[in-house]
Design a binder for this molecule. Structure first.
Ligand SMILES: *[C@@H]1O[C@H](CO)[C@@H](O)[C@H](O)[C@H]1NC(C)=O
Ligand SMILES: *[C@@H]1O[C@H](CO)[C@@H](O)[C@H](O)[C@H]1NC(C)=O
Ligand SMILES: *[C@@H]1O[C@H](CO)[C@@H](O)[C@H](O)[C@H]1NC(C)=O
Length: 154
């Protein structure tokens, strides 16, 4: 019978863990992102202007992702813009000053933890009914589905 060296086994487990955490986020190519956005066929809505076409919408979304360096594990904290913040005043009542002043943005499309998803740190409209960590893995299809949901709820 072969004996298993526990140290080696632990080392192997650690490797698996390291490798899997490395694959948990990546730089996605512009072409792959464009293909995935196109495949989702997000509907152009009136509020975007009468002249907006499907192609332009795709281009804009890919352009938006460019701001993250096409980094699927992108996370950023930005000061909230009071103007954009207005519709969510009811939620903001429960927040302290620090929480109220920042938005956390997740993933390649910078989805907000005040609107799109739930970070567990503050009340959120959570339009996409998911945890914000879902948007920082290397799978962008849920990010795109969420964009689509947000756009159609506008
Ligand atoms: C992607 O974004 C994450 C979180 O913002 C950051 O830690 C990581 O270094 C970025 N990756 C690259 C390759 O820039
Ligand atoms: C606001 O809440 C956050 C998270 O709950 C906490 O870390 C922070 O210290 C609080 N800030 C103030 C000014 O109370
Ligand atoms: C939100 O997601 C949970 C499971 O993750 C599900 O049970 C619930 O029905 C969903 N709510 C809506 C409004 O889709």
């Amino acid at each position: 019978m072969k004996s298993v060296n526990p140290v080696k086994m632990l080392a192997a487990l650690a490797m698996v863990f390291l490798v899997s955490s490395v694959t948990e986020g990546r730089i996605i190519s512009k072409c792959e992102l464009k293909e995935k956005v196109e495949a989702a066929q997000i509907e152009v809505i009136r509020a975007m202007g009468d002249k907006m076409t499907q192609t332009e919408l795709t281009a804009r979304l890919v352009c938006l992702a460019g701001a993250t360096g096409f980094n699927t594990s992108f996370v950023k904290t930005i000061p909230a813009k009071p103007k954009e913040y207005k519709p969510f005043n009811a939620n903001s009542m429960k927040l302290n000053a620090t929480q109220r002043l920042v938005w956390n943005l997740y993933g390649v499309f910078q989805l907000s933890d005040q609107v799109a998803c739930d970070s567990g740190m503050k009340p959120s409209l959570n339009i996409c009914n998911t945890s914000c960590t879902a948007f920082t893995d290397d799978d962008v299809t849920d990010d795109i589905a969420c964009l689509s949901t947000i756009i159609s709820s506008m």
